[in-house]
Design a protein around this ligand. Structure first.
Ligand code: GTP
Ligand code: MG
Length: 313
């Protein structure tokens, strides 16, 4: 595996600067924009752009033929949610190389799905897993180890190592959240992370940036954060799952009274968006919204001691 010092022109001092700025791997340098790299690592833009270019060359990231692109798409793997109908809705599970956004009001089950995924990601591929660890970026303090154990037991999955393979990072504000995401590359490689969760992507941003005048700054920060997450998903071939809240849309005379928070940025950068709502008698309904290739559709599931499960007809 190449280290950042292997990029021609990057000496010890520059490598230190890059690491301090959160660029720990060749991949992170290769996909950073020149300006971003320059600003964060205190380099001139010219040098930063050159390093980024060389890193891309070393990783063979420059031009892809359509055939290579197809090979890359063929590497997309799928992670089970533990619920057949939800997996089917997602085209066979949560796919790698993209961001899945779970949207819905409080108590609808977003966190429950994330916790279940942290269990299943550790499973062998033939069981719907990705044979790796999970990283849980918790912004609301709702991660529950006890619940992980309960879900694993419910599925008859051995529990000895299940918690060791989940790394929980608690983010206390949006800056902290962004910073943690910037530093993820190294830990992803080191700990064989095959799933990154951000629960929730938006709550700190919404709480901190109040008022219309701060909206452009908020959206710009959110944009950068999501770009970083998406690149990570692509470079490491893992799924990134983020949760999002809903806001009232009082301007909607027709149609749903709630819409996802985060505006166009989230809509644009999420690969797949699933809107969750409560159904009859404890059930939950998941619906795909504006997907580029998944067919529109809905499914019903329920939250149980096993995580999320199908509702028998
Ligand atoms: P916010 O984070 O508040 O926006 O909501 P959320 O969408 O993340 O909701 P969450 O995933 O926390 O789902 C809460 C629902 O899951 C509630 O209806 C609970 O009844 C159910 N739930 C939470 N914990 C458990 C559990 O340990 N066992 C079972 N069976 N259900 C649970
Ligand atoms: Mg939650």
């Amino acid at each position: 595996m190449n280290k950042i010092e292997d990029v021609p022109g990057v000496g010890l001092a520059t490598a230190q600067k890059l690491r301090a700025a959160g660029f720990h791997t060749l991949e992170s340098i290769a996909v950073a924009s020149g300006r971003e790299l320059a600003e964060m690592a205190g380099l001139t833009e010219e040098r930063a752009r050159e390093f980024s270019k060389r890193a891309r060359e070393m990783l063979n990231l420059n031009f892809l033929t359509a055939e290579e692109l197809l090979t890359r798409r063929q590497n997309i793997a799928r992670l089970t949610t533990g619920c057949k109908s939800l997996d089917d809705l997602l085209g066979g599970g949560v796919e790698t190389q993209g961001i899945l956004e779970l949207i819905g009001q409080y108590g609808v089950g977003k966190t429950q799905i994330c916790l279940a995924l942290c269990v299943f990601v550790q499973q062998p591929v033939e069981m719907g897993g990705l044979e790796g660890s999970a990283l849980y970026l918790d912004t609301e303090g709702t991660f529950r180890p006890e619940r992980i154990i309960e879900i694993a037991r419910g599925r008859e999955i051995p529990t000895e190592t299940i918690l060791k393979n989940i790394i929980v990072a608690r983010a206390f504000n949006s800056d902290h959240q962004v910073l943690i995401a910037e530093k993820l590359d190294e830990i992803i490689q080191e700990k064989n992370i095959k799933l990154v969760i951000v629960d929730s992507i938006i709550s700190h941003f919404r709480a901190e940036y109040l008022g219309r005048e701060s909206l452009p700054t908020r959206q710009q920060r959110l944009n950068q954060h999501l770009h970083k997450l998406l690149r990570m998903a692509e470079v490491f071939n893992i799924p990134v799952v983020v949760t999002n809240q809903v806001v009232a849309s009082p301007d909607a005379f027709f149609g749903p009274p709630n819409k996802p928070a985060g505006g166009h940025i989230l809509a644009h950068l999420s690969t797949n968006r699933v809107f969750l709502r409560k159904g009859k008698r404890y059930t939950r309904i998941a619906r795909i919204i504006d997907s580029p290739y998944l067919p529109e559709g809905e499914c019903i599931f329920k939250i149980t001691e096993k995580g999320v499960e199908d509702v028998p007809p």
